[in-house]
Ligand binder design. Sequence first.
Ligand SMILES: *Cc1c(COP(=O)(O)O)cnc(C)c1O
Length: 436
Amino acid sequence: MTKSAELFARAQKRIPGGVNSPVRAFRNVDGTPFFVACGEGAKIWDVDGKEYIDYLGSWGPAILGHAPKAVVEAVRGAAKRGLNFGIPNPLEVEIAELISDWIPSIEKLRMVNSGTEATMSCIRLARAFTRRDKIIKFDGCYHGHVDVLLVKAGSGALTHGQPSSAGVPQAFADLTISLPFNDAHLVGKSFAENKGQIAAVILEPIPANAGLYFPTHHFLQRLRDECTSNGALLIFDEVITGFRVARGGAQEIYGVRPDLTALGKIIGGGLPVGAFGGRAEIMDLLSPDGPVYQAGTLSGNPLALAAGLAQLRELERINGWKLLEELGAQFEKLAREAIEFAAANPSHGGQVKIDITFHRFGSMFCMFFASGPIIDLAGAQRSNLKMFSRFFHACLKRGVYFAPSQFETGFISTAHTPADIERTAAVMHEALAELL
Ligand SMILES: *Cc1c(COP(=O)(O)O)cnc(C)c1O
């Protein structure tokens, strides 16, 4: 028995499903998870000593790879000065200034401890500001495990066939309208049918929790216009895209200014951090200035903020976004070659044909085992999950770790080298050949 198998057997006795977050359980790929011992740069090692090139990247935060020196040193330094005080500390001012400098729509912000907390607080604020209750979201977008947002959510919720969670009162779910992504017409119709009742539209500007797909031309601007003309707030959940697709997130790339933004993942450098912010007049509704309560014992924790600040500054120092685009372009070129090779060489009997739609944005990528175009959840769900599962295991066996679900996004870090990516492409070639 491997050490991982032994640990998983013990874990299942005391932890539901053996994991502290469902998608880690490998259910969608018919497997059992390995346990990680350590990581450095683009590599991770499991407790049995096997090495992997990692494209999970801690589900997004590890944009500099694992245990980056700059971040680890910053955390060490902060730890020596005390772990948490619950008293204002200078790092809180530094990170607030840095974020509003990089993302100009964020005039004021609050630090929290997870992306879930960030989106939850955005919703509460939007409801207070507009004095309305209903929320529009999009099928397949995941915004953390907030009650009202767990309706047709992506990521683990999707992977485990629970598009809407048990335990969410129908009365809460009734306040959420979930629409197909990229369907601006339906958004307009929903605003008309719910006149004066929609508090906010929340979305991932680049959806990355049901695989990865993109907003079609002008979709984000249409949402901006609908929100403005209907007196609703536009909330961008940039927990994944923030600091990854550009210094200023997806809103910088698409030139659309949301009223509120939720951040997480990269901002904590691997420690538990989230943030939310936006227009000052909305943020000023927060307690103690205003009537919207929001708080946190560990919010603004000095270790977490030291890690986040170090990670963001290092990204800027090395011009990480340019490097990530170069690595992403190399990955795309080689991945497409492997995919085309597999498509051109169907199995001997000709019964097995591999149809893959490859999507990439900078350092994020997804291989859907389905024909394109894919612009929404329904498209992503056409994927051949059995085929994905076999591909996943064929890569894992050869030391390449992709997220254990078709409905996730792969992440390249600045620590991946061109040689890592070449090795990965060779593994993908072999893995695809094994499927035929
Ligand atoms: C991960 C994620 C969240 C939730 O963040 P947690 O830190 O896991 O609570 C919210 N929104 C998006 C887009 C995410 O990818």
